[in-house]
Design a protein around this ligand. Structure first.
Ligand code: HEM
Length: 524
């Protein structure tokens, strides 16, 4: 699964001469369609685009000069969006007003101002912008990740944080994690001495953990479900032309993307229905709980205690968040961590030494013991600093007029925090671009949302609720990969030549999958 799962504005590079080098892309949109569509847009631009974007009386932040129709999209050409925006911020300041297609957005690129978004104005900026995809796929945006702020959203966020993904609940899934990590280790063992690409197996492992935690050990339709979620991910990455040009709704229709999404939605919906029906019968018959996430949600739904009653469709939307949000983020963190370890042999040696000394002579590593792996945790933090899976987090939308750094942020304005720029800001980090896990040994900087120079999981009300779920799988897999195996690069590659390029798109996945050769290390 190599595509963007968190939607972010994306455009196909080849399809659009004037934004031909845009890196915010991955979709397979038909070239003819885009040419025709944009000729139409150009023709009707002056007729259709009469609306003023912002009142003259507002004191908006400065920003780069804009072109008609595309606004500032061309200035993001030739670089990943997080890099392009960081470079623009160096010139125009840590708070910029930009026009991304028809969408007016504020870009925040410094930890000082990120604090104004996440703390001072967290409530005013707690909503998400409308997204056609979330509307179609997530049952009218009735999910947690893309749902607009309000009573319903607050209720659902509380459920997902307290009942579904709390540290205590995540611990109850340790059996599933152990099984799946064991399978991964078995696979690696079977490939010893041969170069192997780990990405697909690691993604499958995370997928299976998510699936089993959600629907129990024997989710019959697991493979189809995962295939559809993957397909959804591929489409998500291409859907956002429609969100960049929301006034031209016909784009999503004539591109065929809307109908593809609706097809996947229908199939996913049917699979969820089948799983739900089977579970309802089981619950009626046995009356006993499986303890998985579906059972938790059914129990809450049936308890009648909710202020705003929920439907099966609302539950499906939450599961889509868990599947889509919980898979690629963790899988790519494992791949980046291994890549950095291969690129920095001293760090690999130190991390392996820690794991091997901590578990000396043990045949099995239990999750509880992972707490002792202090250096490995620093390695993971440093990986998330340099390779945050969502470098621009998820966009927020202003719901109450507020100010940042003296500038007006009007209602409906999209606000994007460049978490990557904050994480490599030289004012906050020494030797900011280098991979040095040791920096976390001496400091108490954490990713729990209070250190605004390090927010790979976001911060404030919209912060990721899946930190525990994600990190436990990442730590468990990495610890065992380092414990049981020594790793080599293919003979023609030296560490400093490893390709560190990221793929285009809103998610920072490695462009070329890491290839490594495992050799069995006997800890006994
Ligand atoms: C390495 C692993 C992960 C990373 C780096 C990550 C990162 C993020 C980020 C950056 C956001 C947006 C925060 C913001 O807008 O301020 C987010 C939101 C979210 N994540 Fe994660 N995530 C990870 C794992 C997970 C897992 C395992 C799950 C579920 C099982 C999950 C579920 C969600 C949900 C539901 C939201 C929406 C929260 C909201 O809008 O209130 N994530 N995540």
């Amino acid at each position: 699964m190599q595509n963007c799962k968190y939607p972010f504005p994306t455009i196909n590079r080849q399809s659009f001469p004037f934004i031909s080098k845009l890196q915010i892309t991955t979709m397979d949109v038909d070239i003819t369609f885009l040419l025709v569509a944009f000729s139409l847009i150009l023709s009707f631009y002056f007729i259709l685009n009469k609306k003023p974007t912002a009142s003259k009386s507002l004191n908006l932040p400065p920003g780069p000069p804009k072109l008609p129709i595309i606004g500032n999209l061309h200035q993001m050409a030739g670089a990943l969006p997080q890099h392009a925006l960081r470079d623009l911020a160096k010139k125009y300041g840590p708070i910029m007003h930009m026009q991304l297609g028809q969408v007016s957005a504020i870009i925040v690129s410094s930890p000082r101002l990120a604090k104004d978004v996440f703390k001072t104005n967290d409530l005013a900026l707690a909503s998400r912008p409308y997204s056609l995809l979330a509307d179609i796929m997530l049952y009218g945006s009735s999910d947690v990740a893309f749902g607009p702020y309000g009573d319903y959203w607050r209720q659902m966020k509380k459920i997902i944080t307290v009942e579904l993904l709390s540290a205590k609940k995540v611990r109850t899934f340790s059996g599933f994690r152990e099984q799946e990590v064991d399978h991964l280790i078995e696979f690696i063992r079977s490939t010893c001495g041969k170069p192997v690409i780990l990405r697909d197996k690691v993604t499958k492992m995370i997928n299976n953990i998510v699936c089993k935690s959600s629907f129990g050990g024997n989710c019959k339709q697991q493979d189809v479900l995962l295939e559809l979620v993957e397909e959804l991910g591929r489409l998500v990455s291409g859907f956002y032309v429609a969100d960049l040009f929301p006034e031209y709704g016909f784009l999503s229709v004539i591109s065929g993307l809307k109908s593809k999404l609706m097809k996947i939605h229908k199939r996913l919906d049917k699979i969820f229905d089948d799983i739900f029906e089977e579970r309802k019968i089981k619950r009626q018959r046995n009356g006993e709980s499986e303890g998985d996430l579906l059972d938790v949600l059914f129990t809450i739904k049936e308890s009648g205690s909710l202020q705003i009653p929920i439907t099966d469709n609302n539950i499906k939307a939450v599961f889509e968040n868990i599947f889509v949000g919980g898979t690629d983020t963790s899988a790519m963190t494992i791949e980046w961590a291994m890549t950095e370890l291969m690129r920095n042999p001293n760090v690999m040696e130190k991390a392996q030494k820690e794991v091997r000394e901590t578990f000396k002579g043990k045949k099995k590593i239990s999750e509880i013991e992972l707490a002792d792996l202090v250096y490995l945790k620093c390695v993971i933090k440093e990986t998330l600093r340099l390779h945050p899976p969502l470098p621009l987090l998820l966009p927020r939308e202003c719901r109450e007029h507020c100010q940042i750094d003296g500038y007006d942020i009007p209602v409906k304005m999209k606000v994007i925090v460049n978490a990557f720029a904050c994480a490599v800001d030289p004012e906050y980090w020494d030797d900011a671009e280098s991979f040095k896990p040791e920096r976390f040994e001496m400091s108490c900087i954490d990713f729990m949302g209070t250190n605004f120079e390090f927010v790979p999981f976001g911060s404030g009300r919209r912060m990721c609720p899946g930190i525990n779920f994600g990190l436990t799988s990442i730590e468990s897999a990495l610890a065992q990969m380092l414990y049981y195996f020594n790793w080599k690069l293919p003979s023609e590659i030296i560490p400093k030549d490893i390709d560190m390029t990221e793929k285009d798109g809103g998610v920072a996945i490695k462009k070329v999958p890491l290839m490594v050769t495992p050799n069995l290390y006997s800890p006994f």
